[in-house]
Design a protein around this ligand. Structure first.
Ligand SMILES: Cc1cc2nc3c(=O)[nH]c(=O)nc-3n(C[C@H](O)[C@H](O)[C@H](O)COP(=O)(O)OP(=O)(O)OC[C@H]3O[C@@H](n4cnc5c(N)ncnc54)[C@H](O)[C@@H]3O)c2cc1C
Length: 419
């Protein structure tokens, strides 16, 4: 430890903060990464039972950072996505929407998967392994940023243990409950969805063949995401089962047999016999979208800027695009010999990310409102809507390219290049 000033201090070592520190350190920015929790505790089995659908373009960034080499063996490709509406009985409507990854490939191009399902514990472990080996990153955990002073020349962060860090830029990657946003006077749209996602692993008789399924049930979406087979050769899927918060609480309290019966009814029998394995996790759902992403020498990244509904599996992918854009604007400024924390540099980041994030915030919110109910005329309308999109190849291609993250002005890291 020495008291040399940092280029960047990242507060929060979740999936976003860790990736930002790795990408910034990788281009030579002197970076501090701070978290309240011991970093090893975040890779322990049982800390985070979720999987993440890593979009095609996020995978390119992982590859550019050398991270993918640590993940590829544990990642399952998403080849197709099938979306259907279902009633209280869990039976899917005959009208559905099916996306095939081959549709997004240009003429003569080899089709690549729409994305990959990666267990969060593997992602966290790979990030920590790479961070520990990065000479430009100092890991400071467990500790907490309790006060931040920012002026036209620099920022200072006081940590709980009494140390003070000086830096050009502070990035809040504190997640949706972080305090720096409010501390900087940045307002946000926030609301609870009054829904909870139950997360668990299912074991089934037949292979999933790389197909991710999303069934829209009246309480919320029920996602069946293809996982790697277990070491014992069992076919597995990761489940994100969203219900009204009060019902989720009751479901989680059921004994194993009754829980299995409720689960099995919703899952259906299309993959043969199915049961759940391992612990059940739960995540209350809400939305946070900051009115601004920047303040003097401060940037908001990932869920600290935009925490969205997991309905489309895109929350982290937005964060990955934030990180790619932020690292690019910072390193461009540094190479020109400019102050990387100057307002115009940070504004370039905010302008770059606002529209993409806003579109996804609005789309996920709308989808959840439209589908998480059993109102008959609405159900008919959305079933016809799904089937109509399914009949138009150009529309299907548009949605597949969106899910892959291939739309808009992509930062260099997202194109798989070093910034
Ligand atoms: C059920 C579910 C399924 C999901 N599935 C997908 C998916 O398939 N694909 C996808 O793209 N996204 C998905 N997401 C979204 C994704 O998980 C989140 O976007 C992502 O995990 C947010 O990470 P983060 O690092 O921004 O925040 P967090 O994970 O909340 O991390 C914040 C960190 O900051 C630390 N911290 C906070 N304040 C301070 C402080 N003052 N000082 C020090 N440390 C501090 C905390 O200890 C914590 O470690 C899903 C979300 C849910 C709930």
């Amino acid at each position: 430890m020495n008291n040399r000033p940092f280029d960047l201090a990242v507060v929060g070592a979740g999936l976003n903060g860790s990736l930002l520190a790795l990408a910034a350190g990788g281009v030579g920015l002197r970076t501090a990464l701070i978290d309240k929790a011991p970093l090893q505790s975040m890779v322990a089995a049982g800390f985070d039972g979720r999987t993440t659908a890593i979009a095609n373009t996020s995978q390119r960034l992982f590859e550019a950072l050398g991270l993918w080499a640590d993940l590829a063996a544990d990642a399952e490709p998403i080849l197709d996505i099938r979306i259907s509406d279902a009633g209280h009985d869990g039976k899917a409507s005959p009208l559905f929407l099916h996306f095939d990854h081959r549709e997004a490939a240009a003429e003569g191009e080899t089709a690549s998967p729409m994305g990959w399902i990666v267990e969060n514990r593997f992602l966290r472990a790979a990030l920590l392994r790479r961070l520990s080996a990065c000479e430009h990153v100092e890991l400071i955990a467990p500790d907490e940023a309790i006060e931040t002073k920012r002026d036209t020349h620099r920022a200072e962060i006081t940590l709980k243990n009494g140390r003070t860090l000086t830096t050009r830029v502070v990035a809040s990657a504190e997640g949706r409950f972080g305090s720096m946003r409010e501390g900087a006077g940045i307002g946000a749209r926030t609301w609870s969805y009054n829904q909870t996602s139950i997360v668990l692993v299912a074991r089934h008789e037949k292979p999933h063949r790389g197909v991710a399924q999303e069934k829209f049930l009246p309480g919320g979406p029920f996602a069946i995401l293809p996982m790697r087979d277990s070491d014992a050769g069992e076919h597995r899927s990761s489940i994100v089962w969203t219900e009204r918060a009060d019902l989720a609480k009751r479901l989680l309290a059921l004994d194993a047999e009754r829980f299995q019966a409720e689960f099995g009814r919703r899952f259906g029998d299309f993959l043969g016999a199915v049961d759940t394995v391992g612990p059940r996790f739960s995540h209350p759902l809400g939305l946070v979208h900051a009115d601004r992403y920047i303040d003097q020498r401060l940037v908001l990244v990932g869920d600290a800027a935009h925490g969205i509904h997991p309905i489309a599996g895109q929350g982290y992918n937005l964060g990955v695009r934030d990180i790619a854009a932020l690292v690019e604007v910072l390193i461009d400024a540094k190479r020109l010999g400019l102050d990387i924390g100057a307002a115009d540099t940070l504004e370039r980041y905010a302008r770059w990310r606002r529209a993409d994030n806003f579109t996804m915030v609005a789309a996920t919110d709308l989808l959840n409102r439209l589908f998480s109910n059993d109102i008959k005329p609405l159900r008919l309308l959305r079933d016809v809507g799904l089937a109509s999109v399914n009949r138009v190849p150009s529309l299907r291609r548009f949605f597949v390219r969106h899910a892959m993250g291939r739309m808009g002005d992509l930062p260099r890291l997202i194109r798989g290049e070093r910034p």
